[in-house]
Design a binder for this molecule. Structure first.
Ligand code: PLP
Length: 392
């Protein structure tokens, strides 16, 4: 059995686990800021790097290391560094790969706070970003300059679930000598493995499906060790690292990742198909539906359509708000990746800082509603949205 390769489901449950002398079956949570040494000489060897081992929890922590090793096994990555949030994962990725004077090309439809990070904060530090269409490879090619270091993309996009061909974009990046980073938060490694498709870096908000129950903030950056070294260097120096407590919650969350993602996606597909039949709905966006313009690409690249379903209601913002306010069970919140289904009106929440013109250009209408489909029974979800059975 020694060369038997574990399946992804088994890696979720088993990979990365280590045990102390107590023989605990569930991983231990090491709530300690520092680690003690046997002698002054050992302390010197640890600090000098001649002896491996823990020194201080901003550098390494055994619970965080177990989480990193489990997620690396799931993404097929050589190396993983855990961070305090998804945003600090994206920041650490850029800090490790880019310097002042460099240039980044990013998809226009990335997470709203990521847009702010690139276009406001990193810009002040001399990093320039060009935003292009997620689905048009020619725009990526045309945006490359002599100082371009990084392509940054998120697929499927939020909230319209547009898909980017990761393998194609990786080829374009590599031809130009640029690294491709993919935010894999919406799919998780259970549904999509960007590194296998040619991406160089994966970033995660562990806050979402890795946790799976909406408890903790966290993130991760994954890829080859050579690329990740400076990312880790930034983290241990600047400090937005993951806490041992959060790492422990994410370790437990990952154990059920595959069964959860399958159940999320099954519910989402059934809900999306039902929504397509409702008189109050003008259009449904879900990659698992045959009506999705990139359904074939989604099938090739993802294991399923995922759990984010968006739809345009007839009657604009008034009708969208009426539907949201009529729900009794689904949580009105912009978070996603939770066992609890959530509902949000992108135009007035997640995308309210985008100008109405830019929103219209991106196709985010005033009647658009996004549901992150949870694990409740499908009939209860439909019942909570029963208003759609008539025109709103
Ligand atoms: C939530 C989210 C982030 C940011 O993660 P935090 O953990 O909230 O910092 C980044 N990218 C995507 C796609 C997200 O959904």
């Amino acid at each position: 059995m020694s060369d038997h390769q574990w399946h992804p489901e088994t890696l979720s449950v088993r990979a990365g686990s280590e045990h102390t002398a107590y023989g605990e079956n569930s991983e231990a949570m090491f709530l300690t800021s520092s680690f003690v040494f046997n002698s002054a000489a050992q302390a010197a060897a640890r600090f000098g790097g001649q002896e491996p081992g823990n020194i201080y929890s901003r550098f390494t922590n055994p619970t965080v290391t177990m989480f990193q090793n489990k997620l690396a096994a799931l993404e097929g990555a050589e190396f993983c560094v855990a961070t305090s949030s998804g945003m600090s994962a994206i920041l650490a990725c850029v800090m490790g790969v880019c310097s002042a004077g460099d240039h980044v090309v990013a998809s226009r439809s990335i997470f709203g706070t990521s847009v702010q990070l690139f276009s406001n904060i990193l810009k002040r530090w001399g990093l320039e970003t060009t935003f292009v269409s997620l689905t048009n490879p020619d725009e990526w090619k045309a945006a490359v300059k002599s100082n371009t270091k990084l392509f940054f993309v998120e697929t499927p996009s939020n909230p319209l679930t547009e898909i980017c061909d990761i393998a194609l974009l990786a080829d374009i990046a590599h031809e130009a000598g640029v690294l491709l980073a993919v935010d894999n938060c919406f799919c998780s490694p259970a549904l999509q493995k960007p590194l296998e498709l040619g991406a160089d870096i994966v970033v995660h908000s562990a806050t979402k499906y890795i946790d799976g129950q909406g408890r903790c903030l966290g993130g991760a950056v994954l890829g080859r060790k050579e690329i990740l070294e400076p990312v880790y260097g930034f983290l241990r120096t600047a400090g937005p690292t993951m806490s041992a407590f959060n790492a422990w919650v994410f370790l437990k969350g990952l154990e059920t990742l595959h069964v959860r993602m399958e159940a999320h996606a099954r519910n989402a597909l059934e809900l999306a198909s039902w929504l397509e039949q409702q008189p109050g709905v003008a259009r449904v966006y879900y990659p698992g539906l045959a009506s999705h313009p990139q359904h074939e690409l989604a099938r090739k690249q993802q294991k399923s359509g995922g759990a984010i379903v968006s739809f345009e209601v007839k009657g604009g913002q008034e009708a969208a708000w009426k539907l949201i306010d009529a729900t009794k069970m689904i949580s009105i919140t912009a978070n996603l990746g939770d066992a609890k289904s959530t509902i949000t009106h992108p135009a007035t929440t997640t995308h309210s800082r985008v100008s109405p013109e830019a929103r219209a250009a991106a196709g985010i209408g005033d009647g658009l509603v996004r549901i992150a489909v949870g694990l409740e029974h499908i009939e209860d979800l439909k019942a909570d949205l029963a208003l759609l059975a008539k025109s709103l």
